[in-house]
Design a protein around this ligand. Structure first.
Ligand code: C2E
Ligand code: CA
Ligand code: CA
Length: 786
């Protein structure tokens, strides 16, 4: 994009940069996104997994513990049943045995025999704790407690506790239901509670004996050979007691499953970690509680793995945290990267825009530059089909160099900026104003404007340039010269259009500056003439005939005495005839030929001057010569070579050269002075009106410009200026000469004002070398002409 205006571009750039979000806002947004989309879901997921796992584990543990508990309860019940069955079973070995039966039925049984064959057998082999044999009247005929024979009293202590089962074995009273059926398929004897054999009659049950829980079995004794002859009511009874604490524990310990089993009157308090099974007899009489420490495999596993689970959870939490932190860092890095990329992108865009801008704009004024202008003109030309074509104007500032030289480059820059703004203001919006470089500006008006409109815009631009400029505290007056070229109806190339505008501008400058000219064909002819002059001048300087020097005399104002001459170059052109210096000096300055030409005039003058050592000879020096490196030494060498004293030669230098801040010009002037040349300021008053330099730089003579002399008598100001300059010269002790004196009135005014020297047609025009002796001979030729 091309902006016509630099400020417009800066605004666009700022707007673009403004679109980049700030890093802090970016961070907080990123943090929120990170928490919402990463941290929260991860934590929730981890918690769900954790809770589910805990719940599953808990359930498994509970179920496994419950299963184990159920199994242990079943085990305990079975064991209790087994204890009862075993008790009854082991009784059978001696109760259904003829010798024992016979012995027990004797009125006076052999107790030793019974002890040996029944008591010891049952106690030692089967672990019965108490063994009693009762007679038909239920009196104990044999008693053994804890493996020791005992007396009848030991039975009486427990007789009441045993009575229900004793009665039951006799077939009296309620019988405990048969629950301990171990021999499946065999008919149960109607009187037996336990089936141990087909004939055996038992009353076997849990009971509280002497306050302790026990398995008790009461069995009818009878002969194995004729059991059916036995009398139920009179047969001896074998009573076996096995206390659960000892017997049951042993049986359960055998399984290796039940730990810490004991029989207690009451269950353990809840939370003690034990399990209690309520014991009761078949008739429902409470016996106590069987208590043990149940195995809890689930809990045990839980306990064993708890440490590892906690460690695993901690590790998982740490891992999760690290993972999240890692993701966070990655996201932050990515975001930072994206931020950086987008910032870099924006910067790149900005740089690209800046590069574009710089490529097409002038940095000082912000206006389009030469490239942009040429492009604009090309486009205007190609868009033009018939009708009025585009117009191109070239603007050259007058006196810009003086501002630059006197006020400095900074002032020059400010002036260029202000000129740019003023020209921008007068350029129509569809046109373009550009700075081509230096103090050169150009305006292009696309298709449409005819000559009058283009001239009107040029006049408006000149009007703007005439207005004073305020530059770092100083008021500056400049002006401009504008050349206009209008694209003709037929196609024309951009370079041709610009060339024409350039010629028109040159013409405007030539014709007194501060004006505008529209290109016309005859201007082109002038240009061609210039080119021809350049070509011919080159030839004449390399040896051809035609150049010569004339000398215009200068007289003292008081006495009218011949004081010296000004050397003025002339050229007899082979086809154009006599040419005044104004016709070829500017061309020579433009193409650099002024250097050999100036040197040639100097040498010619020296040659003549040598013959008139008491007269001064003034030679004009162009600014181009003064800027040429080594000028001072070349001039000094040429003069010395000619055998002339530099003091006889006066170098006429235009006013602006003394204002130049360039160090090389200052040193050249100083070197010339040092070599002994006289220095004169030519055309004084036409340049930049600052006289400060006169006090800073010593000159020998001030030459009042002939335009002031010409205006004497018509313009009051001209006289005042001349008087001022003369009195200034007197004050500074600098000689003052007036040129272009044509009338005696002018001469009288200048004489009266105190001017030192006079030169002009009133006395003599420039004359050939050969006419010099005649001039010298007439003592007062000037006064004689009055
Ligand atoms: P300038 O230095 O101001 O020279 C004085 C000019 O005024 C000369 O014009 C001279 O013929 C003319 N002139 C003398 N008296 C009168 C008068 O009473 N009335 C009028 N109207 N004009 C008078 P010229 O010879 O045509 O020179 C024109 C300019 O050419 C000079 O102006 C000078 O700037 C330049 N020029 C001449 N010769 C040389 C030269 O050898 N080297 C350089 N660099 N410039 C030269
Ligand atoms: Ca001169
Ligand atoms: Ca002059």
């Amino acid at each position: 994009m091309v902006f016509n205006d630099g400020r417009q571009w800066v605004r666009a750039l700022k707007k673009r940069i403004g679109r980049v979000s700030l890093p802090s806002a970016f961070d907080s947004r990123l943090a929120l996104r990170f928490v919402t989309f990463v941290v929260a879901p991860s934590v929730v997921f981890a918690l769900i997994v954790l809770l589910f796992s805990a719940w599953s584990l808990q359930t498994t543990v509970r179920q496994s513990d419950q299963a184990m508990r159920d199994r242990q309860v079943r085990e305990v019940r079975a064991t209790i049943a087994g204890v009862l069955d075993e008790l009854a079973q082991t009784q059978g070995g001696v109760a259904i045995w003829d010798p024992a039966w016979e012995e027990a039925r004797k009125p006076d049984p052999d107790l030793d025999w019974i002890e040996d064959n029944v008591g010891i057998w049952l106690h030692h082999t089967f672990g019965h704790d108490s063994i009693y044999i009762l007679n038909a009247r239920n009196e104990p005929l044999f008693a053994m407690v804890d493996g020791k024979r005992s007396d009848a009293d030991s039975y009486r202590k427990v007789a009441a506790d045993l009575a229900p089962l004793v009665d039951s074995a006799r077939g009296i009273g309620p019988r405990p239901p048969s629950v301990h059926d171990r021999l499946d398929g065999h008919a149960l004897h109607p009187d037996s509670t336990v089936r141990t054999s087909e004939y055996a009659i038992h009353a076997t049950d849990l009971a509280k004996i002497d306050g302790r829980a026990a398995a008790v079995s009461v069995m009818r004794m009878f002969p194995s050979s004729y059991w059916n002859e036995a009398d139920a009511g009179t047969e001896p009874l074998l009573v076996s007691v096995r206390f659960l604490n000892s017997g049951l524990r042993k049986s359960l310990a055998d399984f290796g499953m039940i730990e810490g089993a004991r029989v207690t009157p009451r269950p353990d308090l809840p939370g003690s970690g034990t399990l209690s099974l309520r014991l009761k007899s078949s008739t429902g009489e409470p016996i106590g509680y069987f208590t043990w420490r149940p195995q809890m495999p689930g809990r045990a596993i839980l306990k064993s793995i708890r440490g590892r689970v906690i460690a695993a959870l901690a590790a998982m939490a740490v891992l999760l945290t690290l993972l999240l932190a890692g993701i966070g860092r990655l996201m932050a890095r990515d975001a930072k990267l994206i931020g950086e990329i987008s910032a870099a992108h924006t910067e790149l865009q900005a740089k690209e825009a800046q590069a574009n801008y710089l490529a097409l704009h002038d940095s000082l004024t912000g206006l389009p530059n030469r490239t942009a202008f040429m492009d604009f003109v090309d486009r205007a030309l190609s868009a033009h089909h018939g009708g009025e074509g585009p117009a191109v104007m070239l603007v050259d500032l007058d006196r810009f160099k003086q501002v630059n030289d006197t006020l400095g480059h900074l002032a020059g820059d400010r002036l260029i900026e202000q000129v740019g703004e003023r020209l921008f203001a007068v350029t129509p919006s569809n046109g373009m104003v550009a700075r081509l470089g230096g103090d050169e500006f150009a305006i292009c008006l696309p298709a449409g404007p005819g000559g009058p409109e283009a001239v009107a815009i040029a006049e408006a631009a000149l009007e703007q340039l005439r207005e004073p400029f305020s530059i770092i505290g100083s008021t500056v007056h400049i002006g401009g010269s504008i050349g206009i070229a209008l694209a003709p109806r037929q196609a024309v190339a951009r370079t041709e259009l610009l060339r024409r505008a350039d010629i028109a501008m040159y013409r405007a400058k030539e014709q007194g500056r501060d004006g505008c000219r529209v290109f016309s064909a005859d201007m082109d002819r002038t240009m061609l003439r210039r080119l021809r002059i350049e070509e011919d001048l080159r030839k004449v300087l390399t040896g051809d005939e035609g150049l010569y020097v004339q000398f215009q005399p200068q007289y003292t104002a008081e006495a009218g005495r011949l004081a010296g001459f000004e050397a003025l170059v002339r050229w007899t052109h082979p086809t154009l005839g006599e040419l005044a210096p104004d016709a070829f000096i500017p061309v020579a300055e433009d193409c650099g030929l002024i250097l050999p030409l100036g040197m040639w005039v100097l040498k010619e003058t020296c040659r003549v001057a040598r013959a008139w050592p008491r007269l001064g000879f003034a030679v004009n020096v162009s600014p181009v010569q003064l800027r040429a490196p080594g000028f001072a030494s070349q001039v000094t060498a040429a003069v010395c070579e000619a055998g002339v004293s530099p003091a006889q030669i006066e170098l006429e230098i235009t006013e602006t050269m003394f204002l130049d801040t360039d160090e090389s010009i200052r040193s050249t002037l100083a070197a010339l002075r040092k070599a002994g040349f006289r220095l004169a300021i030519d055309d004084f008053g036409t340049g930049f009106s600052s006289l400060n330099y006169l006090s800073r730089f010593h000159v020998d003579r001030i030459k009042i410009d002939r335009s002031f002399v010409a205006r004497l008598g018509q313009d009051v100001q001209a006289g005042a200026i001349i008087e001022t300059v003369i009195s200034l010269g007197q004050a500074l002790d600098v000689s003052v000469i007036a040129e272009g004196v044509e009338t005696s009135e002018q001469r009288a005014f200048l004489q009266l004002a105190g001017c030192n020297t006079l030169q002009g047609f009133l006395f003599s025009a420039a004359v050939d070398e050969r006419d010099l002796p005649a001039l010298l001979e007439s003592r007062r030729p000037a006064l004689s002409g009055l």
